[in-house]
Design a protein around this ligand. Structure first.
Ligand SMILES: NC(=O)c1ccc[n+]([C@@H]2O[C@H](COP(=O)([O-])OP(=O)(O)OC[C@H]3O[C@@H](n4cnc5c(N)ncnc54)[C@H](OP(=O)(O)O)[C@@H]3O)[C@@H](O)[C@H]2O)c1
Length: 315
């Protein structure tokens, strides 16, 4: 789709990790007509309010980065909340966008939509080929429904909705709450606090051997805008760095970035989780996009952001 600097673009979830990065990227490119509403101003589970917003504001493009998101603990403890909120948010936004004449919508899914035991690296066509990881099944089922809704609206109504599946993301604005956060921000916070207290060691669960992939959220935002402009088709697209690291390598990178001088200890009596999770990004690179921010530099800048924003960060 062709967007001008004046195009009305609605970024749903603009205060979150992904939404705030998309807003930064749009502003850097000179877009002046961004529509943003906080959760308090517009509850996306309220269908009447969402329809009113779309018919009043008439956005041309929508980035749907609002979702109920959480770590393994929150997902496991609140499956009803996660499936209900995510189904309702995406149903309200996608349908209202179509009805109000939005030209293009980008739906953000997640790598957890793929089967727990999918072959690695994970290709887009592995979707719905096996059982999901039980701990976040509710969230994943909602996201799969979002993908299918976008595809159905494209087929039946010709609505230009695309679905992108990012790998694990990190960066400024991340959630550093230890109960509810992902592994990378949790490690940043734990090493930081251990450094301040002068703790002799930090213990990380598991053997450190599992492999995971991480993408800086500014790279993700760049990919979202690239595909908003250039990709108009039904197949989902994985968005990742293309290579993974072990949890030990990740912890060592965070330890160095934080400048923690104590020891890193792995508690092998604790569960490791899935041995490997890496997205196949052949489809994405074939469309002409590549990530730019290496993990080491990305962790350093995220730690700098964390230090500067400790007061307002989600702790
Ligand atoms: N973070 C990752 O590693 C990752 C990886 C892959 C995919 N993704 C996908 O990217 C998307 C955004 O994730 P994120 O990490 O940016 O999450 P996030 O930081 O938690 O942001 C989500 C945003 O959605 C808003 N929101 C939630 N419920 C709402 C509601 N009922 N009405 C209005 N706004 C609501 C939140 O506002 P409040 O905080 O005020 O509720 C928040 O600003 C999700 O679809 C997620 O699946 C994320």
């Amino acid at each position: 789709m062709q967007l001008s600097k004046e195009s009305r673009i609605y970024v749903a979830g603009h205060r979150g990790l992904v939404g705030s990065a998309v807003v930064r990227a749009l502003q850097q490119r000179g877009h002046r007509n961004l529509l943003c509403r906080s959760h308090e101003q517009l509850d996306l589970t309220d269908q009447a309010a969402v329809r009113r917003f779309f018919s009043d504001e008439r956005p041309e493009a929508v980035i749907l980065a609002a979702a109920r998101v959480g770590g393994i603990h929150a997902n496991n403890a609140r499956p009803a909340l996660f499936i209900r909120d995510n189904l309702v948010i995406q149903d309200n936004v996608i349908d209202a966008a179509y009805r109000s004449g939005v030209v293009k919508l980008v739906f953000l899914g997640s790598s957890c939509i793929y089967p727990k035991l999918a072959p690695q690296p994970i290709k887009e066509e592995y979707l719905l080929t096996g059982p999901l990881e039980p701990t976040n099944e509710s969230y994943a089922v909602a996201k799969i429904a979002g993908v299918k809704m976008c595809q159905a609206y494209r087929r039946e109504y010709g609505f230009n909705a695309i679905s992108l599946m990012p790998t694990n993301l990190y960066g400024p604005g991340d959630n550093f709450d230890l109960l509810n956060s992902h592994v990378l921000p949790a490690l940043i916070r734990r090493f930081h606090e251990a450094k301040l207290r002068g703790d002799p060691s930090v213990t990380v669960w598991g053997t450190g051997a599992p492999r995971r992939e991480f993408l800086h959220v500014d790279d993700l935002a760049d990919a979202v805008l690239y595909l908003l402009h250039s990709y108009d088709a039904e197949p989902i697209i994985n968005i990742g760095w293309g290579q993974d690291v072990t949890i030990r390598e990740l912890a060592e990178l965070v330890l160095c970035a934080v400048g923690y001088r104590g020891r890193l200890v792995f508690d092998a009596s604790k569960p490791d989780g899935t041995p490997r999770k890496l997205l196949d990004t052949t489809r994405l690179t074939g469309l002409g996009w590549k990530p730019r921010i290496p993990l080491k530099a990305g962790i350093q800048s995220t730690y700098a952001w964390f230090q500067e924003h400790a007061a307002e960060a989600r702790l």
